[in-house]
Design a protein around this ligand. Structure first.
Ligand code: ZN
Length: 273
């Protein structure tokens, strides 16, 4: 897969390109190939360069205040060269009230001067290499905490912290008893071993009581697992399995996260309250 090629261009007359150069370097640091046109380029020059350089995306930077004219003009010139499918993003000094107009004209996204370059890099990877970039998990579904006896630790979470017990469930297949404590849309799960062979029991023996795993709520568990496998990420569960609350879950090997056991879980639509 070739690197993402981005043309960074400064249309118009303003003579400052520090910001554009910072963006250019940041995108290089994110593994992209950056072509920088230099200052004071006309929309014609920019569109021509985009086509000649066969870029995946054009990033326009403007500080001059002429973005409402110049950005759409670049789109027009791309269109004339049958390159209207090259996405164009913009940045620089763009007042918030101009953003809807620019999006309406066909600019994909505007990054105002305060946005971190990281945000732009992630956006571009998701836009241009969606098959390589996982969708961010919706939230932390729960934190799993290994305990010897739920009843011994529960008063801390209820009386000292003020959480309420949502349910207590025994999952025979995992050899574990779980207390669910709701915190907003996230949960604390207290995990108590049901017997000697329980994985929680071996965790307690090796590391003692404490945080056992972190679970991310995702929407695409099956395809995510196959992508992780392709990337060589070590999985404990290559296929998803039934978890608590009608969820599907899978664990990633703790070596991947340097000692943290990571769970991915997916709740079918509407099963969450
Ligand atoms: Zn879990």
């Amino acid at each position: 897969m070739r690197k993402i090629r981005i043309l960074i261009a400064k249309p118009g007359l303003d003579g400052h390109d520090r910001g554009a150069l910072v963006i250019a370097q940041a995108m290089r640091d994110h593994g992209m190939e950056v072509i920088y046109t230099g200052l004071r380029q006309s929309p014609v020059q920019i569109a021509t360069a985009a086509v000649q350089e066969d870029v995946d995306v054009v990033g326009l930077s403007s500080l001059s205040g002429a973005h409402n004219t110049l950005f759409p003009k670049v789109l027009e010139e791309l269109e004339k060269r049958n390159a209207g499918d090259i996405p164009v993003i913009g940045g620089g000094v763009i007042p918030n009230e101009d953003i809807p107009f620019l999006l309406e004209k066909g600019i994909k996204r505007i990054f105002t001067s305060g946005s971190p370059t990281e945000e732009m890099a992630i956006y571009l990877k998701q836009l241009l290499r969606p098959e390589e970039t996982p969708i961010p998990p919706k939230q932390i579904a729960h934190l799993g905490i290994a305990v010897k006896k739920i009843e011994e630790v529960l008063p801390f979470y209820t009386n000292a912290i003020g959480l309420e017990v949502e349910a207590i469930e025994e999952v025979e297949s995992e050899g574990v008893k779980i207390a669910f404590l709701k915190v907003g849309e996230t949960r604390i799960e207290l995990l108590e071993p049901l017997h000697e062979q329980s994985p929680i029991n071996s965790f307690l023996a090796q590391r003692g009581e404490g945080v056992h795993h972190i679970a991310f709520e995702v929407e695409d568990l099956t395809s995510r697992l196959s992508k992780l496998k392709e990337k060589g990420v070590r999985l404990i569960n290559e296929e998803s399995k039934q978890g608590a609350n009608n969820s599907q879950i899978a664990f990633i090997h703790p070596k991947e996260a340097h000692g943290v056991l990571v769970e991915l879980c997916e709740h079918p639509e509407g099963s969450e309250d």
